[in-house]
Design a protein around this ligand. Sequence first.
Ligand code: GRF
Length: 187
Amino acid sequence: MKKIAIFASGTGSNAQKIIDHFRDSSLATVHIILSNKPDAGVLGIAAREGIRAVVIDKETFFRGDAYVKLLQEEGIDLVVLAGFLWKVPANLVAAFPDRIINIHPALLPKYGGKGMYGHFVHEAVLAAGEKESGITIHFVNERYDEGGIILQESCAISAEDTPDTLARKVQALEHRWFPAIVERLLK
Ligand code: GRF
């Protein structure tokens, strides 16, 4: 059985979709969920699902390799960032080459980088008058949103779209594609 570790800072709707996808799977399971925010919704999901949850200590995360060791000791095969807002330290990237993926709610390389998350992304996309947006699933390296692209899916933007309606379109793409890509990478 392959083991997935999910890193998330927020609500965790993508984490939930991945958990659901692998609930009865013989291929893989969500083994552990790590969050930098003690009050993140994703930790409630972990508790309800009976999945081990870890609140990340900032100092330890950016300085030592305690978390690298933890993931290695737990036998993690794939690290999935699902709305995780911290940069992944180089030692963690090096320990899991092509084994850390992220989802971004826009078509990279546009609208990526530091500060481009959540509604900021959709506001910037609409302000630029884009005719489409979408999702990017990519490998993680030491720079924000710059690793190799695994998949992009797009959605049309209409004149009536607001950051909220665009966010919903993009989220529907995330929920549809992220679990499937996680599975593909584990096979
Ligand atoms: C998603 O939009 C994802 O693209 C971004 O953070 C959001 C996480 O949402 N990186 P959720 O916590 O999975 O609902």
